[in-house]
Design a protein around this ligand. Structure first.
Ligand code: ZN
Ligand code: ZN
Length: 645
């Protein structure tokens, strides 16, 4: 038989040869380093036979960043964990131990509860196993034999899994530990060069809370120590940048159990919010959007017309109406209100396009388990707009949206990329309409050279959409804005315009939110900047620290002067030492600290005449001495970055 190698060459092998045999036929070094086989895109244990004509790729210990190569390494490490847990905690029952993104876990039922401190000993035992040497042996046995074996070992979870398993039952053995497992696994433990147990959590057997609660031990493993260290460093950075933590530390917002998923914005958080709101209004006005305001609650009949009652009701908060059997829904989206606005008058082709903008509070009843800081909320405020246009105007309007999007994302130094989501199963409208709308969105992405992937079946029920994603400084992707082309909702509302031919025509709507939501966008910005916001966005742009009590008055005067110029300034009058107050301003990531002592107080009386007199510390930089005019010039320059147009 023959298999095809990645370079398209063919390899002749005896019938029934395994992946490992193929590796050996190529060379002893490859056979030694081989960890996994990829066959026509999916993975296979090296020990399993190949079939004639298969295209194979042999992954080795040098594929240190390959997701599949990492998964087999981590899954094998999970088996070492189970072996160690059984040795150190006799009587423990084992459940399952799969690889996951960034690591692996194994679920156990311990006879006595264990704590984080027990992990060290388990980790040490795993290292000992690797040092001693472990190789995996694969074996297939009849189901009844597997069930009997695990019954005898007192492993009820394995018994349950063996009973339900489809196809032949495979076992993997290393040392004196045998696990029921489909594989694949490494040949032996020598490629595991770095491992770490990272935490403990409770987890119900099969994720069902009616079942026994098990103890889940998390860990990770890598082919090199350097990769593990880089991973831990990234985790640490992510923790330090976590917007929930920074939101508290920087006094921006918090959440309260009385209203899950709904941020309480503090004054400083509200400054950031309002800066973005200012940009939204300014840029909307420049682009011919019209600000409107529409109701927050509507009766059921409206939601039936819009289609939300049928397709989105489970995510809506419903409240009883003022007469029996009447129900109101709190709006999860602005669209229906804007449909009513458009429909309130007879429209001519000369009126189009009409671009209605509204950043109203919306409520979506997300399950509490999915809520996550500002990035997954129930109270959400989109920078929303609906563009009503003719079929001929769609191209230009989509271009307008993408240009606007580019502008906003460049402002915060992030590159957008997109997912084009196409017709879902529960779509409204015909395939012809969807063909047209999908093609329009695709063409727009191509024109703007925005990199994209296609999410088949991921569109809204009323139209295809472009979901905009951002990659932050840690390389993590986030879903942000959305641009959707829709013919269904205006049709459901009977919206038309009078054409030049004196006939009524159906109108198209582009739903678009470019930040996405203020909540999510700010959450991402907090993490993106690690709380060190650029000057134009910083809640406090400068903090003045008077050296002594005698300098307070002059410091207040300087503050007033800067505030007159439109800057956001604080004076730190606390009795702490100068050093401590400067340190505190640095922790708050204030862009500028101005120290105010005798020399500066003197200067305050005659800003214009005296030369370089203000001691200014720029965040992350050195202290310098500048005149008031120089300071103003610097501040004005930085503030102007909020409006590069
Ligand atoms: Zn396994
Ligand atoms: Zn909409």
């Amino acid at each position: 038989m023959k298999v095809v190698l990645p370079d398209a060459s063919e390899l002749e092998l005896p019938d029934g040869a395994s992946g490992l045999d193929a590796a050996r036929a190529i060379g002893p070094k490859l056979a030694e380093q081989a960890v996994l086989l990829r066959v026509d895109g999916s993975t296979r244990d090296l020990r399993l036979p190949l079939a004639d004509g298969e295209r194979i790729q042999i992954l080795t210990t040098r594929d240190t960043q390959d997701e599949d190569a990492l998964a087999v390494l981590r899954h094998s490490t999970a088996h070492l964990l189970a072996e160690a847990a059984i040795r150190l905690h006799p009587g423990v029952k084992i459940a399952i131990g799969p690889p996951i993104a960034d690591g692996f876990y194994y679920d156990f039922e311990f006879p006595e509860p264990i704590s984080e401190t027990d992990l060290e000993a388990i980790e040490a035992e795993m290292r000992r196993e690797i040092a001693e040497g472990r190789a995996w042996e694969r074996q297939e046995i009849p189901r009844e034999e597997a069930v009997a074996r695990f019954e005898q070992e007192g492993e009820p979870y394995k018994v349950e899994l063996a009973r339900e398993a489809e196809g032949p039952i495979s076992l993997y053995t290393q040392g004196d530990f045998t696990d029921l497992c489909r594989g694949p696994h490494l040949q032996d433990a020598s490629p595991i060069k770095a491992l770490k147990l990272t935490g403990l959590a409770g987890a119900y057997w099969r994720g069902d809370e009616r079942n026994t609660q098990l103890t889940r031990i998390y860990g990770t493993a890598f082919y090199t120590q350097a990769d593990l260290e880089a991973h831990l460093e990234r985790l640490e950075q992510a923790r330090a940048r976590d917007h929930r933590r920074l939101g508290r530390d920087l006094d921006l917002f918090h959440f309260d159990e009385h209203s899950p998923g709904s941020p309480l914005w503090h004054p400083k958080g509200m400054v950031i919010y309002n800066v973005l709101e200012g940009i939204r209004r300014r840029e909307n006005a420049r682009r011919g959007y019209l600000e409107v305001k529409t109701p927050l609650i509507y009766d059921k009949a409206l939601w039936v017309t819009s289609g939300h009652w049928e397709k989105f009701r489970e995510n809506m908060f419903l409240i009883p109406g003022d007469v029996e059997d009447q129900t109101y829904g709190i709006k999860p989206m602005n669209c229906p209100g804007h449909m009513l606005l458009f429909g309130s008058e007879l429209r001519s082709y000369r009126d189009l396009p009409i671009r209605y903008a509204e950043a109203a509070p919306l409520h979506r009843n997300e399950p509490t388990g999915t809520l996550h800081g500002l990035t997954r909320v129930r109270y959400v405020t989109q920078d929303d707009a609906h563009i009503f246009c003719t079929r001929e105007q769609i191209t230009e309007e989509l271009d307008g949206c993408l240009e606007y999007l580019r502008y906003l994302y460049a402002l915060v130094g992030m590159e957008p990329h997109a997912e084009l989501s196409t017709r879902p199963e529960n779509k409204l409208g015909t395939d012809e309409e969807w063909d047209f709308a999908e093609a329009e969105l695709l063409a727009a992405l191509e024109r703007f050279r925005i990199p994209y992937v296609v999410g088949a079946g991921e569109g809204s029920f009323y139209g295809p959409k472009i979901d905009v994603h951002l990659t932050d400084v840690l390389g993590r992707g986030w879903q942000m804005g959305t641009i959707q082309l829709d013919q269904q909702m205006p049709a459901r509302f009977g919206l038309t315009y009078m054409g030049p031919d004196n006939h009524e025509h159906g109108v198209y709507v582009i739903h678009r939110a470019l930040f996405g939501s203020f909540e999510r966008f700010i959450g991402i910005l907090v993490e993106h900047y690690g709380g060190a916001f650029p000057f134009w966005l910083a809640p406090v742009q400068a903090r003045i620290v008077p050296v002594g009590e005698g300098h307070r008055e002059a410091a207040a005067e300087l503050r007033a002067r800067l505030e007159q110029e439109g800057f956001r300034v604080e004076v730190d009058e606390r009795d702490d030492t100068l050093g401590k107050r400067i340190r505190e301003a640095e922790l708050q990531k204030v862009p500028f600290v101005i120290v105010y002592g005798d020399r500066e107080a003197e200067a305050a009386r005659a800003w214009r005449e005296l030369g370089k007199q203000l001691a200014m510390r720029e965040r992350g930089g050195e202290q310098s001495t500048v005149s008031f005019d120089e300071l103003l010039e610097r501040f004005r320059g930085l503030a102007a970055e909020a409006d590069p147009a």
